[in-house]
Design a protein around this ligand. Structure first.
Ligand code: 13P
Ligand code: SF4
Length: 373
């Protein structure tokens, strides 16, 4: 089990002069460090980042867009990744050897990614191979997973997917070994289930693999019959949205629109007007007619930014009590300031590296995704 998965705190406290600095002072210092570094640094920001961080991003994106940007950012010596650990790992894999990736707070992990580790996936693979022809099983990992799992997938003929290309990647996976092809999908059961439904499959084609139970908690017959084995993992932010929230919103706003991220449970997704990645949600809000009232089922910082940036629309969280993603929230102005000022002084702090053997296999799985999408 990695330090991250065992819940160990990796980030040491910031040196003096960061946590007690005012917002204005931090802004001045970040601006100065960024301009001193110039083209040597590229700051990437995921849509869930706070505004105090996002305003400094050279490029914003969903997890797929950011992986593309990292792969294309050949000139920057340093990529400061304002997002979570698995995204920074993927950036390290996709950038060149001359580039270094920095995550401003090492505690910015992802609870969903931690729900599958290499050991339990290898155990599942072994158990599945005992009851079905493993050569017709394609492992697909959601981007929200460790580099070790991406490497596993790369070694076993599978690919990575994100919420913006899951349909294309699963379609590709199902074509790999003829009509009997099965998909082992981890770690997010909801994205797997929602995409399988989108492709026309029925509930009976899907079985949930519980890594804490013998044979995933399934009878051998279910493992043999299912086309999709969905890892029992979820996002703690998106699982909070419930059908009752949609019903309450529609009762209050009969003409309102509901936009849902596919990490939400299927009963919520089924009620949405638009279902898509953070980028797809942004595009749908941009395209909404003036005066629309839109409830969005995703992380609150993106929802608030959409509302701020569209004065002609009302954009609210589908769940009025929704909490932010606590790990995305760890990246703040003091940490960003610290990593940038350290780079100016010649010190690369919080560098994220993936060992070469893991990176080589993971790159195969990531590049398959980039080629499919
Ligand atoms: P996307 O940005 O790909 O929609 O993913 C959302 C997410 O939860 C990232 O952790
Ligand atoms: Fe992970 Fe969910 Fe946070 Fe995304 S929103 S980083 S899936 S915990």
């Amino acid at each position: 089990m990695s330090n991250r998965q065992s819940g160990l705190r990796l980030q040491s406290p910031l040196p003096e002069g960061y946590t007690d600095a005012t917002a204005d002072e931090l802004s001045r210092r970040i601006a100065k460090a960024k301009s001193t570094l110039g083209d040597r640094v590229m700051i990437l920001g995921h849509h869930y980042q706070r505004d105090e961080v996002m305003r400094w991003a050279d490029a914003r994106g969903d997890s797929f867009g950011l992986s593309r940007l990292a792969a294309d950012a050949r000139d920057a010596e340093f990529v400061v990744f304002c997002g979570v650990h698995f995204m920074a790992e993927s950036a390290d894999i996709l950038t060149g050897d001359h580039q270094q990736v920095v995550l401003p707070d090492l505690n910015a992990g992802c609870s969903m990614a931690d729900m599958a580790d290499l050991e339990s996936v290898e155990e599942a693979w072994e158990a599945i191979s005992g009851v079905t022809d493993i050569t017709s099983v394609v492992p697909i990992t959601y981007m929200n997973s460790s580099a070790a799992l991406k490497a596993f997938v790369g070694r076993h003929g599978g690919a990575v997917c994100t919420s913006s290309n899951a349909r294309a990647v699963l379609t590709w996976a199902l074509e790999q070994h003829g009509p009997d092809t099965k998909v082992l999908f981890f770690p997010d059961q909801h994205l797997g289930r929602n995409t399988a439904y989108q492709l026309g499959f029925a509930e009976s084609d899907m079985a949930v693999w519980d890594p804490r139970r013998e044979m995933g908690g399934l009878e051998d017959r279910r493992v043999k019959e299912a086309r999709f084995l969905l890892w029992k993992g979820h996002c703690s932010v998106h699982q909070r949205f419930r059908p009752a929230h949609v019903e309450a919103f529609r009762a209050a706003h009969p003409d309102g629109l509901v936009f849902v991220h596919p990490e939400c449970a299927h009963d919520v997704v089924a009620l949405g007007d638009v279902v898509g990645s953070t980028d797809a949600i942004i595009k749908a809000v941009d395209a909404a007619p003036a005066g629309s009232v839109i409830a969005v089922a995703t992380e609150i910082h993106l929802v608030q930014r959409l509302d701020d940036e569209h004065p002609d629309l009302t954009v609210v969280s589908l769940d009025p009590l929704v909490c932010p993603c606590s790990t995305m929230f760890r990246i703040d102005a003091p940490h960003l300031c610290w990593v940038l000022e350290s780079l100016v002084e010649g010190a690369v702090v919080n560098r994220i590296t993936v060992d070469p053997a893991t990176a080589a296999d993971a790159k195969v799985a990531l590049e398959r995704m980039l080629a499919i999408a």
